[in-house]
Ligand binder design. Sequence first.
Ligand code: UDP
Length: 454
Amino acid sequence: MGSPHIVVIPYPAQGHVIPFMELSQCLAKQGFRITFVNTEYNHKRVLKALRGDINLGGGIGLVSLPDGLEPCGDRNELGKLSKAIFQVMPEKLEELIDRISMSEGEKITCIITDWSMGWALEVAEKMKIRRAIYWPAAAAVLCSLISIPKLLRDGIIDGDGTPLNNQMIQLAPTMPAMDTANFAWACLGDFTTQKIIFDLTVKTNEAAKMADRIISNSAYDLEPGAFSFAPNILPIGPLQASNRLGDQLGYFWPEDSTCLKWLDQQPPKSVVYVAFGSFTVFDKTQFQELARGLELSSRSFLWVVRPDITTETNDAYPEGFQERVATRGRMVGWAPQQKVLSHPSVSCFLSHCGWNSTVEGVSNGVPFLCWPYFADQFLNETYICDVWKVGLKFDKNKCGIITREEIKKKVETVICDEKIKARAAELKRLATQNVGEAGYSSQNLKNFIEWIKS
Ligand code: UDP
């Protein structure tokens, strides 16, 4: 018999593909063969971003399946995308597994699927394949999803997932307070999107009962309350390329690594790193206010401005902005973020608080300025500012805008706050310890690997 063969299925979003690729690389290093399933749309993006430089390390094969949307369909409409996937991908996955089994004459050992692709567990069960869920976000968010039946019973949400009274709740006394208006499914866009995602989540809660294991890209010391609340969720993270001294893979946009050379030329702890992940979109007013805030601050900055970050099709910068900040500001379309965050020149991270960005910042001991956009990012902000106390929130003005003066003020405050810096350094120590040789996350990952091999 050859090496055990695992099929890995991330939800088709950048913040899912990256941690799944990270896990795949850890498993490939242990001798597993991995078939990594992207949607056709994302598969093309990943290959294009790699610019033909495909070096995934031995053992990982990239394959693709249709997501059920037209080629020009809007993949940022998460409700439509998730519904289409649910209708089309289960059958396609079954065919793929049959094809692999026929061509190689042996069975798939295990399927590792995203929670958000929970239908794959039913396929696995039907095909008598072992199955595990990998949750790439905060465990506390998963706790809120599995608590939906109780939230319904307690009258905290209605049958559409809408919070009945906006209030702060705690799922357990040791867990962070959650604003019910910020439940992940309740802040994904319009009501139709919420309803589709909520209904699929309810279905996934059922399918998840078929999972043999649930692992998550978090650490016990980051979320002790959540892991006590749901002891069946096992932390194995934060997994990062830096843990294995490799490159981060699976980008949807080509990385601009010239910013690392620029960082090399900046004094230690002098640069504000500004990045909003893969989804955040700004209207022109807020985008320009952010630009003016960075300009107003006297600090150097590295700002990731994705080609699709504004609703404008043309150049959205304030007039003359690029010339005025040229000596101390650098804008790139997509940065090698983990390398940037570990660079000694970075002083703080102005972030949208996606979970990957959160654990990457934490793992590097960088203080945060939090600018959450949607979904789970509000809870992550709570962790950063209220629980770990390693960052600050922005206040909006009466019109809902974060003003340039507010940006300047908070940049100065966080950079000068020695207590925040000390806590960030301590949290880095804890996070790193968890993925160190004898760490709890490493132990869980080893056990998980043994289970797949057994
Ligand atoms: N990222 C990156 N370069 C960038 C911006 C983001 O490599 O310029 C990576 C980042 O390191 C993280 C992922 O993209 O791993 C974004 O995931 P996250 O959960 O933070 O946010 P999402 O994109 O899901 O909103």
